[in-house]
Design a protein around this ligand. Structure first.
Ligand code: GLA
Length: 388
């Protein structure tokens, strides 16, 4: 009898066991998300044309492989059995067919839904349907779930996200789980066990330093990230929100600085512009492989803000093989000349060769000072490699 009870308990605990799928985001996820440009105006033709464009314009090749359909893909109600399904007019061939299209073109398939009763735009949310939805997503071939936090009532964030994590695990298809809880309940504390990335703030919008009720320019998000450096690492990233690079509220310099600093933060790189139709200079920013390599460095360390003076910041990111990325950011309205005396940076050890990444130039070494002009709201990005 005792043996039977023991076996039963063992089986019960094995079947209850769940965790996040390990190892799916050893470097920050990269891709494209529909929200920043298209809001709820999503349909299968848009998604397919984005995938086609990303192959043609070099984004896929640069590493942007997740295509995530944000809010608004759902029909307004679940079916009579409680199943979630896409709006049949906008997704006439269904999500499995769309997932097949993305997979056949080398992409991974991402989708958005919400931990509350409804999404932020009023479509059916996942609350109370977590296991059912996870099975549905697995049957569609979903590889990435962004799970939002609108209409959550009195629910506890950690428990709610844990429920969806467990549901995904039991559905059996490995899924990157993106916790979109806006930093309200400090997800950097409990998030690493539950998801692969967690949003740290309200929504980004396409401006440098504007501030709305729920949204803000990238400058404010950057300040928040400076406090959270220690929480990021392989498979568990701070998510300062999707990119606004190329969107109309940013100048070219502001787009370049935004992208560079997101790479210094080891941020997930989810492009949020219309990649089917972007100027060459924007494509060159998003697809610069040397800059992307700083974001994707295998050491997986988020950069830290070493110096923060009015109008002037220096960020540093430790890279693999003893290298460093250094970013000088001119946050003022005027150009200035930066001078760095390398022996004043205490974390550097010995001499390094210097590459100016945006200017695509190899400079001398850290044996002599670095001096360069930086335009307003622009950056200089340097890669330091130890000299043997
Ligand atoms: C929230 C999220 C956004 C986006 C919208 C969709 O605001 O933070 O990133 O997903 O919902 O409604």
């Amino acid at each position: 009898m005792r043996k039977i009870v023991f076996t039963f308990l063992m089986l019960a605990s094995i079947s209850a066991f769940a965790q996040k799928f390990d190892g799916l985001a050893l470097t920050p996820p990269m891709g494209w998300n529909s929200w920043n440009t298209f809001a709820t105006n999503v349909d299968e033709n848009l998604i397919k044309s984005v995938a086609d464009a990303m192959i043609m314009n070099g984004m896929w090749d640069a590493g942007y492989i997740y295509i995530v359909i944000d809010d608004g893909w759902e029909a307004m109600q679940r079916d009579s059995l409680g199943n979630i399904f896409p709006d049949p007019k906008r997704f006439p061939h269904g999500m499995k067919a769309l997932g097949n299209y993305l997979h056949a073109h080398g992409f991974k398939f991402g989708i958005h839904n919400c931990a509350g009763t409804e999404t932020c735009s009023g479509f059916p949310g996942g609350r109370g349907h977590e296991y059912q939805d996870a099975r549905t997503y697995a049957s569609w071939g979903v590889d990435y779930l962004k799970y939002d936090w609108c209409n959550h009532g009195t629910a506890n964030a950690e428990e709610t996200y844990k429920t969806m994590r467990d549901a995904l695990y039991h559905a059996g298809r490995p899924v990157v789980f993106s916790i979109c809880e806006w930093g309200t309940n400090e997800p950097w504390i409990w998030g690493p066990e539950i998801g692969h990335l967690w949003r740290t703030t309200g929504d980004i919008t396409d401006c440098y330093d504007c501030q709305g009720v729920y949204s803000m320019g990238w400058k404010y998000i950057l300040d928040k990230e400076a406090e959270l450096t220690q929480y990021a690492g392989p498979d568990h990233w701070n998510d300062p929100d999707m990119l606004e690079v190329g969107n109309k509220g940013l100048t070219l310099a502001e787009s370049r600085a935004h992208f560079t600093l997101w790479c210094m933060l080891a941020a997930p790189l989810m492009a949020g512009n219309d990649v089917r139709n972007m100027p060459e200079e924007i494509r060159d920013i998003l697809t610069n492989k040397e800059v992307v390599a700083i974001d994707q460095d295998s050491l997986g360390k988020q950069g830290f803000r070493y110096m923060d003076q009015i109008g002037k910041q220096i960020w540093a990111k430790e890279l693999s093989n003893g290298a460093w990325a250094i970013c000088v950011f001119n946050s003022s309205t005027d150009p200035f000349k930066i001078r760095i005396d390398w022996n004043s940076l205490p974390f550097l050890k010995g001499t390094y060769s210097i590459r100016d990444i945006w200017h695509k130039q190899n400079l001398s070494t850290t044996a002599s000072s670095f001096i360069e002009d930086i335009q307003s709201r622009d950056v200089v990005l340097l890669r330091l490699t130890p000299v043997k």
